[in-house]
Design a protein around this ligand. Structure first.
Ligand SMILES: [Zn+2]
Ligand SMILES: [Zn+2]
Ligand SMILES: [Zn+2]
Length: 170
């Protein structure tokens, strides 16, 4: 048997592949499958492996819980934390907590004309909003109870835009 066919740690086992980092040959038990390559358990090689794939157990940067991402999530380096309901993006040098986008009810009970005007203003400014669908179906009168929801991080901008209009009604 040539050296390349034997595991570097197990002289009695055949090597299946080699470590992409240290380039030594190993048996399947000694290798970790990355996205493109295999890596052995040597700390330096594991560090290279974890640049490709997340470890089995990841400390969530959002809530500090220990999360076990799925195989696909480990490869994507983006995982969902079931403890804090956030999606964690670990692709960059700093982990990013992607909080689910929340919408606040911004205005309700407006007449159709005002609502159309508000929508055109918001659209023009690229503000993300949606209307309460149930209310939209509900009424044929000129005054309908439509709720307009605006993405939480854009509410302040929307308020500033609409400050000149006397839209607010309860
Ligand atoms: Zn190695
Ligand atoms: Zn081995
Ligand atoms: Zn979390």
């Amino acid at each position: 048997m040539s050296r390349q066919q034997i595991c570097a740690y197990h002289p009695n086992k055949k090597a299946s592949s080699f470590c992409h980092y240290c380039e030594r040959y190993f048996c399947p038990d000694c290798l970790n499958e990355g996205v493109k390559y295999y890596y052995c358990n040597d700390p330096k090689c594991m560090a290279a492996y974890h640049e490709e794939v997340l470890p089995d157990l990841v400390r969530c940067p959002g809530c500090a819980a220990d999360v076990r991402p799925g195989r696909e999530e480990r490869v994507e380096k983006i995982f969902f934390c079931p403890f804090c309901d956030n999606t964690i993006d670990m692709t960059g040098p700093q982990p990013e907590v992607l909080r689910p986008m929340k919408y606040d009810c911004f205005i309700c009970s407006l007449n159709v004309g005002d609502m159309a005007l508000i929508q055109s203003i918001l659209k023009e400014e690229g503000i993300d909003f949606h209307l309460d669908a149930d209310a939209l179906l509900a009424s044929r009168t000129t005054v309908q109870s439509v709720r307009l929801y605006i993405r939480q991080d854009q509410v302040e901008k929307a308020q500033a835009l609409l400050t000149d209009f006397e839209f607010y009604e309860e």
